[in-house]
Ligand binder design. Structure first.
Ligand code: FES
Length: 212
């Protein structure tokens, strides 16, 4: 027997809203689920004066609920200010879909987290962070727990792809257990950078590969 999805979930899966990419977005974020290894990416266009989300799009690399929950999350967020959009919860997204089977709740968490991270990235880049704590190893580690290792589907911390993190004078160096020639090296490098570069005090991210 398949998973008992609501009509609304099926409808958003078959006909997702706001799918695609925004060129030159004001913010974006890719969020990976440590629970299942799936990913979703959110792009935002934000009005600089009103701080309203003018446009939002998503790309999904995941299951049917990943697509449906990302679709409904973009609908809930569109037209809201970033402060309002930050308050959207996974429960709201799941309720708006008429509920989700318990094993699929993390899919809604993922979509809403991607939105939150994209907004957080925007705030970091626009001087809107209230508690300006300097980026440290712990912060970098926390953020990297949401980047998926394409080889294993685990997050890059759990899979031990990331071996060392060093933060000094705004330069974050991430040592990875992978050779530069690996087919996923380019992919890994850009995902790690995308996740850390937006932090307000980070000037540069260096990804160091194994010597081949
Ligand atoms: Fe991974 Fe749905 S099972 S996002």
């Amino acid at each position: 027997m398949g998973i008992p999805y609501s009509q609304k979930v099926i409808e958003h899966f078959v006909n997702p809203r706001n799918v695609g990419k925004i060129e030159n977005p004001d913010a974006k974020a890719t969020e990976g689920s440590p629970a299942c290894g799936d990913m979703v990416r959110i792009y935002l266009k934000i009005d600089e004066k009103t701080k309203r989300i003018e446009d939002i799009k998503f790309e999904s690399y995941g299951c049917a609920s990943n697509i449906a929950t990302a679709s409904i999350t973009t609908e809930l967020a569109k037209g809201k200010t970033i402060d309002e959009a930050k308050k959207i919860t996974w429960k709201e997204a799941a309720d708006a879909l008429g509920g989700l089977p318990p094993v699929k709740v993390h899919c809604a968490v993922l979509a809403v987290d991607a939105l939150k991270t994209a907004i957080e990235n925007y705030e970091n880049q626009h001087g809107l962070i209230v508690n300006k704590k300097p980026t440290d190893e712990k912060k970098v580690r926390e953020r990297l727990e949401h980047v998926i290792d394409p080889r294993t589907g685990l997050d890059v911390i759990r899979s031990k792809l990331v071996q060392e993190i060093d933060v000094k004078d705004g330069i974050v160096t991430i040592k990875v257990d992978m050779e530069k020639e690996h087919q996923f090296a380019g992919n890994v490098e850009s995902e790690l950078k995308e996740r850390i570069e937006p932090l307000w005090d980070v000037k540069e991210v260096r990804v160091v590969f194994n010597k081949s």
